[in-house]
Design a protein around this ligand. Sequence first.
Ligand code: GTP
Ligand code: MG
Length: 169
Amino acid sequence: MINEERYFKILIIGDTGVGKSCVMVRFTEETFNETYISTIGVDFKVRTVEVNSQPVKLQIWDTAGQERFKTITRNYYKGSQGILMVYDVTNSKSFENIKNWSKEVDKFSNNSFCKYLVGNKCDLQEKRRITYGMGEKLANELGIKFFESSAKTNKNIDEIFNSIAIDID
Ligand code: GTP
Ligand code: MG
């Protein structure tokens, strides 16, 4: 039976500027914008995908990375089935902070969901500080799946959301 009302809620978290909004917009609208407009609070967009031959609405929740919004964004952890923890491969601080984001998630969410680690901006090879191996190692330590992505070139964006939708199903 086809149930068109099925939807999965996927939350995107991580430091300010790592490209969370761009990842959401690339996936839901197939566009990319170089201009940086920092997110205020929380926003969501929807795209329907097929999971095991059934349509599922993916509700992608994009959160503000700025410290001052943390108490607001925390409220959105609980209802999510999937969480993407994003860092920027050119920004070491954003990578080091993943451990803190992971703790936040464990504290403020129900534990029955899929967590992924995503190293975004992998198109910026000459500015890269975090190697693929470093990301992979951290993901292994946390016991979660790992992808590198580029919202700019569309590298792995569909793959990430399709994979997490299958894992949630
Ligand atoms: P906050 O809303 O402040 O938490 O930031 P954010 O994580 O949503 O970052 P945003 O998506 O707004 O992107 C920040 C900047 O990085 C923008 O100037 C984007 O154009 C740029 N950017 C995002 N993704 C990529 C990418 O994959 N490659 C490159 N080269 N630039 C990117
Ligand atoms: Mg944003």
